[in-house]
Design a protein around this ligand. Structure first.
Ligand SMILES: C[S@@+](CC[C@H](N)C(=O)[O-])C[C@H]1O[C@@H](n2cnc3c(N)ncnc32)[C@H](O)[C@@H]1O
Length: 224
């Protein structure tokens, strides 16, 4: 059977740019552009609150996935501000674009690119990296994104971590399994995934949730 070039590119994109677990998940939720698990909502709200955004601000959502944080970010920066989502997977970006269309947001924009290499326009007042270990735990991604942040920009990261508590040990197994389904380049799961942020963010604060299996880290950027 003859496979045309566009088909080949799509297959390659799916394999290389969309982690296996996401491939199925994004198709499953595609008919529901506003889908977001209910238990994540309070954490997204807290993460966005920690960004201390003002109307008119520009915020970067790196590893934005299907855009679950967009409603909170768009609300925080208002119609005069801008939300820019960066997502490596073209398949996942389709979901994010559908969310933007459905909600009629004119101040939310998507860039399909690798956060480790993306070139952006202008500067940002805040960086959110929510459940995106490929960004917050990747010195390469942080090195690429931080020059686009204003000198007083706020940075917020939320994600999974290994728990040291006895009650969290079962989740360690689950997360290790999920990690195997991520990109080969995804930084290893650790007890302190925020370490690459510590040298870049002033007085980084960290809170742990769900038996020590999740963390929220925030602060302002460090400029010499
Ligand atoms: C677990 S999802 C979280 C998505 C979203 N932030 C949310 O809260 O729902 C992580 C996302 O990061 C994306 N990602 C992974 N590596 C990336 C990279 N280097 N550049 C941009 N996006 C990336 C993945 O494709 C995936 O959609």
């Amino acid at each position: 059977m003859k496979v045309d070039e566009s088909q080949r590119v799509k297959q390659r994109d799916n394999r290389e740019l969309t982690p296996p677990y996401a491939r199925y998940l994004v198709h499953l939720i595609r008919p529901f552009p506003d889908f977001d698990p209910f238990f994540i909502k309070p954490l997204r709200q807290k993460a966005v609150q920690m960004l201390q955004l003002k109307p008119g601000d520009r915020v970067l959502d790196a590893g934005c996935g299907p855009g679950g944080s967009f409603p909170y970010l768009a609300d925080a920066v208002g119609p005069s501000g801008e939300v820019v989502g960066v997502e490596i997977s073209p398949e996942t970006a389709i979901n994010a674009r559908r969310r933007i269309e459905k909600n009629g947001w004119r101040n939310v924009r998507m860039i399909v690119a690798d956060a480790r290499a993306v070139k952006l326009e202008g500067n940002f007042d805040g960086l959110l990296t929510f459940a995106a270990a490929d960004i917050y735990a990747s010195p390469q991604a942080l090195n690429n994104l931080f020059p686009y942040l204003k000198s007083d920009a706020r940075v917020v990261a939320f994600g999974a971590k290994l728990s040291q508590r006895r009650s969290g040990k079962a989740f360690n197994l689950l997360f290790r399994l999920l990690w195997k389904l991520s990109f080969p380049s995804t930084p290893a799961l650790s007890h302190k995934p925020w370490v690459p942020l510590e040298s870049r963010v002033d007085g980084l604060k960290v809170e742990e949730y769900f038996f020590g299996c999740m963390f929220l880290a925030w602060g302002s950027i460090k400029r010499e």
